[in-house]
Write a protein that binds this ligand. Structure first.
Ligand code: UGA
Length: 433
């Protein structure tokens, strides 16, 4: 099939490349000429394991190309995938400006029957709006479908090529048949629904995963008080298939470009219908507060933070990505600085992105882990990069001025820390707090 993907952000780029990997002809379109130039020159604007080589081999095979010309790309295609951003407005609502603009341009470019698929995360009812916009700009026949994306950063290719399920929301039998055909090699679990349910599945899934994280973080906070170990509690809970073991890792809360944005948006969607989504509001509140636990621990350990030097390892919102959007590190470092600490920060790959978003010149950005820990009053781990686990704890002990290690991601176990003189605090584990 000939597929035009509009938007070369995370979702658009990875989906486009994976569809070409499956043998389809794909053009990935973006307005930003510099981005397309870089992609044509073999550079990949995001860090995602395996993506660069997959782009190279599919370009080489003539199945994948990058372009700025939306009109020509849409005319050439059978299926158009909208994968532009839906960032949060100040009130938490999803900003649909890019989606609506894409729909207008697609409408103007229509030259025959096409299926317009939305992969961007959009509020319920948006695909109907998209259909109306397109219909206002063309007489040509088309169908719309919502095919939400469930890939995670860092494992995006694996998630796209081996998904747990594919959700196709459409009211057109023709679109349904073609889209099932397009996805059927990926998984036997293809769920076909009406459009509104498909749109809702995406928000409900992200909201549920965020709920699991806030839930286990609150359990961790209680574990600290009653002397239980949250990792054992989570493991014991996870054996129950109704609960499941994933997304029960306690820490400093969720970040990234999806959970914070989508949970806020779902609260707004409910609110517009006069429904107060109390549970999800609490999930968001718990997440906001959880980030500051490490700051509170440091404050009480060091008797205030004014004049202290705090080493920070990890700036990305999770490992294997250079993405720092809504990363807990942004708020934690800001809180440390507000309380008068000098922060020395290191991340294997997200340092430049962090510096760009955080925008302060008071943080000292280090080239390696040792530099950030060196002569610091405490070291704080905010992202569970594998690289950190390779560093012997005795080295860390030797580098620090004071022996305080605050592990916001529970990367070490009891045995490892017991052999050192480090004063170790983790999340929700007794004797380690
Ligand atoms: C998330 C969803 O997992 C994807 O299914 C979805 O497609 C994507 O959002 C999206 O809507 O585009 P992603 O944001 O890439 O994917 O990352 P996750 O692996 O879900 O992690 C999100 C955050 O939760 C991270 O900050 C991570 O550290 C945190 N987390 C995750 C925990 O604190 N504990 C856990 O047990 C799991």
């Amino acid at each position: 099939m000939k597929i035009a993907v509009i938007g070369t952000g995370y979702v658009g780029l990875v989906s486009g490349v994976c569809f070409s990997e499956l043998g389809n002809e794909v053009v990935c379109v973006d307005k930003i000429a510099a981005k397309i130039e870089r992609l044509n020159g073999g550079e990949v604007p995001i860090y995602e394991p395996g993506l660069q080589s997959m782009i190279a081999s599919n370009k080489e095979a003539g199945r994948l190309r990058f372009a700025t010309d939306l009109n020509a790309s849409v005319k050439w295609s059978d299926i158009v995938i909208i994968a532009v951003g839906t960032p949060s407005l100040p009130n938490g609502q999803a900003n649909l400006g890019y989606v609506e603009e894409a729909a207008r341009e697609i409408g103007n470019a229509m030259n025959g029957y096409k299926i317009i698929v939305t992969k961007s995360t959009v509020p319920v009812g948006t695909n109907e709006k998209i259909a109306n916009i397109i219909a206002n700009h063309t007489e040509k026949p088309f169908d719309v479908a919502s095919v939400p994306e469930f890939l995670r950063e860092g494992t995006a290719i694996q998630d796209t090529l081996h998904p747990d399920r594919i959700v196709i929301g459409t009211d057109s039998p023709k679109a349904r048949e073609r889209l099932v055909e397009l996805h059927k090699s990926l998984t036997p679990d293809i769920i076909v629904t009406d459009i509104r349910s498909a749109e809702m599945i995406k928000y409900a899934s992200n909201a549920f995963l965020a709920t699991k994280i806030s839930f286990i973080n609150e359990i961790a906070n209680i574990c600290e008080k009653v002397g239980a170990d949250v990792t054992k509690v989570a493991s014991g809970m996870g054996y129950d298939k109704r609960i499941g073991s994933s997304f029960l890792k306690a820490g400093i809360g969720y970040g990234g470009s999806c959970f914070p944005k989508d949970t806020q948006a779902l609260v707004q969607i409910a609110g517009q219908m006069d429904y107060d989504f109390k549970l999800l509001k609490s999930v968001i509140e718990v997440n906001r507060d959880q980030r500051l636990n490490v700051v509170r621990k440091l404050e009480s350990l060091l008797d205030g933070l004014a004049g202290t030097t705090i080493g920070v390892w990890g700036l990305a919102f999770k490992p294997d990505t250079d993405d720092v959007r809504e990363s807990p590190a942004l708020e934690i470092i800001a809180a440390l600085e507000r309380r008068g600490a000098q922060v020395k920060a290191y991340d294997p790959i997200a340092g430049d992105n962090f510096r760009e978003i955080y925008g302060s010149n008071t943080v000292i950005y280090c080239d390696n882990a040792k530099e950030a820990a060196w002569q610091s009053d405490a070291l704080c781990i905010l992202t569970e990069w594998q690289e950190f686990l390779q560093i012997p704890l005795t080295d860390i002990e030797g580098w620090l001025k004071l022996p305080y290690l605050i592990d916001g991601r529970n990367i070490y176990d009891e045995g490892q820390v017991a052999n050192t003189n480090l004063v170790y605090y983790s999340v929700g584990r007794p004797g380690m707090n």
